[in-house]
Write a protein that binds this ligand. Structure first.
Ligand code: PSU
Ligand code: MN
Length: 303
């Protein structure tokens, strides 16, 4: 086991017994939602995973230790401290470990730590991707590179249209990452069920997801797989409302000169502010929906 990794007793026991475990990220807690909804949601997501027969492993960096499985106190701490906790991507782990600092893990670092711990599947809300205007800013999330190199299945609700979804799919194609639609032929756009872009493969059952992941391992591929699960119809948002909020968030980010790692958290917070919390409720529902599919699939991944 990696010298910097701590696996919680519950997660360790589940892994040793070959029981299903689902990883969860912590940037969504610290940077993706406001307190106290973030903490309530993180605990509800863990409960949903348990209700569906798997063990949750929320991942973060605490005091320089890579943690797979957090206590409720640690989740409360990350949620309450919010954006003052460092957002930890791949390039940040060496500094956080050496300095014994705290970090909220993104999709990238959650995949890294999940894989170190022997966890094969991870549920979240949305992934990072190619930003609009990336042809000049070169702002492309490290999440895409991680999907290309770390063998973890990521279950999400697609990506928000704060990103360029077409370019995000092109990038994933180049990197050889299969993009699966769960019960859909179309890439979901997080708050809405459709984006206008097709996925690579449509899959309609956890059994078939597990079979594809096993085949990917059997082929000796090093990368992961992206499962995009549309938000349940009843919680989906009106496309025009969300598009208007995203456009305004993007123009405010530009006017304020927001860049680098601040871009995504800024845009996420602005959209919530502009839609008066409706988007936050949709966000919570879609994460719970992803947790359920991930737990059902985890049970079929086996050894
Ligand atoms: N997109 C969302 N919600 C999120 C994130 C992205 O809809 O919470 C978070 C995830 O942790 C993701 C990270 O891995 O932001 C991507 O940040 P960046 O674009 O800076 O790579
Ligand atoms: Mn970026």
């Amino acid at each position: 086991m990696n010298q910097y990794l701590d696996i919680s007793p519950e997660v360790k026991e589940a892994l040793a017994a070959g029981k299903p475990v689902v990883a969860l990220e912590s940037t969504i807690i610290s940077h993706g939602m406001p307190y106290p909804k973030n903490v309530e949601t993180a605990l509800l997501v863990e409960q949903t995973i348990r209700d569906n027969g798997a063990t949750p492993a929320t991942i973060a960096v605490i005091g320089g230790r890579l943690k797979a499985g957090l206590t409720h106190e640690e989740i409360e701490y990350l949620g309450k401290t919010g954006r003052a906790v460092a957002k930890a991507s791949r390039r940040d782990l060496p500094a956080l470990v050496a300095r014994k600092a705290d970090g909220a893990t993104t999709v990238t670092t959650t995949m890294i730590i999940a894989h170190m711990a022997g966890i094969k599947i991870f549920a979240t809300g949305g992934i990072g991707g190619v930003h609009r205007g990336a042809e000049t800013t070169m702002d492309i999330s490290a999440d895409l590179e991680e999907l290309a190199q770390t063998p973890v299945m990521v279950v999400c609700a697609g990506a928000k249209s704060i990103l360029d979804l077409g370019l995000t799919l092109e990038y994933l194609e180049t990197k050889g990452v299969p993009v699966i639609g769960y019960g859909t032929d179309e890439l979901p756009a997080f708050y809405t069920r459709k984006s206008g872009f097709g996925v690579d493969y449509r899959v309609d059952s956890p059994e078939e997801l597990a079979a594809m992941f096993r085949a990917q391992r059997g082929l000796g591929y090093k990368g992961g797989m992206l499962v995009t699960n549309p938000i349940p119809e009843e919680y989906a948002m009106d496309k025009a409302t969300i598009d208007a909020a995203i456009e305004q968030a993007l123009s405010e980010a530009k006017a304020q000169g927001i860049h680098g790692k601040e871009t995504t958290p800024f845009l996420l917070a602005k959209v919530v502010e502009l839609t008066g919390g409706d988007s936050l409720e949709s966000n919570i529902k879609l994460v719970l929906n992803n947790a359920k599919v991930a737990a059902q699939t985890a049970k079929l991944l086996g050894e």
